[in-house]
Write a protein that binds this ligand. Structure first.
Ligand code: PRE
Length: 359
């Protein structure tokens, strides 16, 4: 006598529940494996281990399913397990929005970043002299901008290019900041310079080339100065977020992320501005996000449209370079704005009135 359909389905229902319970039991084990791997710094994906398990399935399969069918199903389980481990990992990150749903607001000399008002950071690529920085500071101040940038330590592609004025440059920034009541941002490249640098500057910038200089990240994390962290030119968003985690893990949560373009095959611009990184970073983390329009485009004619795009997509601010005479600038002369161009740039962004833009 054949079993009734109803009876068979009852058995299937109960078997489904067994499978469900076993899958979740497996998932719990996978989560524990994930934690152990994170603690050891071991890569989550392990193809050798997966191969061993697939071989064991082949050796033990008594049918009626074909081995290839079962291997396919198990591979899906491994994939889902990997996703679960990744999810757990990102939930555990201190920079993660899952950990802290509300926005981090970074405060720099009374100026707030990340509170919904869009800000600007402007200044020359490199500090060249007191007069040069003071001229730019005057313009920046006139535009109602509080944050002045200027490079004192310049990591250049060629060792024969201008390397910056070093600590002397930081002192010039400090003098100008005091005279014009501005806050200054400058890149630090060497962990051992941080102690001295924090006496002169208000924000430590960590540049694209140093995004994974973990000693530098940790040293910046041990200070109480805000840090502007630029995305590495070949860094994925996940790597960028983990770099920020290095800083916060040392106690300093005053971090601004800065998208500055990534390296692609496209040659029309210096880098490819990854504009959607902005909303992704804002979804994934609680940190403010800036866009550096100068380094991403490398083209003066693209600064304005790139800045408009950045503000429209929800960036907390835009960084741009301005020099009294870009033609004779010691670095990046092709992409810095002169003062009238900068004034027009800010004027256009303001009148464009992406309503939350504040000078
Ligand atoms: C697991 C998950 C992902 C890896 O690629 C390999 C195996 C699995 O689901 O079995 C678990 C795991 O992370 C591991 O055994 O190392």
């Amino acid at each position: 006598m054949t079993d009734s359909l109803e009876q068979l389905r009852k058995e299937l229902d109960s078997t489904n529940l067994d499978i469900l319970s076993l899958l979740n039991k497996r998932a719990e084990l996978v989560q524990r494996v994930g934690q152990a791997k994170d603690a050891q710094g071991v890569s989550r994906f392990d193809p050798v281990r997966e191969r061993e398990m697939l071989d064991s399935i082949a050796a033990n399969n008594e049918g009626p399913f074909e081995t290839s069918t079962l291997q396919h199903l198990f591979k899906q389980v491994f994939k889902a397990s990997l996703e679960l481990q990744k999810d757990d990992h990102s939930k555990a990150l201190l920079v993660s929005r899952k950990k802290q749903p509300e926005n981090t607001v970074v405060t720099i000399k009374g100026e707030t970043i990340g509170d919904g008002i869009q800000r600007f950071v402007a200044g020359p690529c490199a500090v060249e002299s007191y007069e040069q920085v003071a001229t730019v500071a005057e313009t920046v101040k006139k535009q109602g901008i509080k944050l002045l940038r200027g490079g004192a330590f310049k990591p250049r592609t060629s060792p024969y290019d201008f390397q910056g004025l070093g600590v002397e440059g930081l002192k010039i920034l400090k003098r100008v900041a005091d005279e014009y009541d501005l806050a200054v941002i400058s890149e630090i490249v060497n962990p051992s310079d941080i102690e001295e640098a924090v006496q002169h500057i208000d924000v430590i910038q960590i540049g694209a080339r140093n995004m994974q200089n973990f000693e530098l990240l940790k040293e910046a994390g041990r200070t109480n100065k805000p840090v502007l962290l630029k995305r590495g030119m070949s860094a994925t968003i996940e790597e960028f977020i983990n770099a920020a985690e290095y800083i916060i893990s040392q106690g300093n949560g005053q971090i601004i992320l800065c998208e500055r373009g990534i390296r692609t095959y496209e040659k029309a611009t210096r880098n490819t501005l990854d504009i959607t990184a902005v909303p992704i970073l804002k979804q994934e983390t609680h940190l403010p996000v800036f866009v550096d329009v100068t380094h991403s485009t490398g083209r003066r004619d693209l600064l304005l449209p790139a800045a408009k795009a950045a503000l429209a997509i929800g960036a907390d601010g835009v960084m741009a370079e301005v020099h009294p005479d870009p033609t004779v600038a010691l670095s990046d002369s092709a992409q810095q704005m002169d003062i009238p161009q900068f004034e027009a740039f800010i004027h256009e962004l303001k009148s464009n009135q992406l309503s939350r833009v504040k000078q």
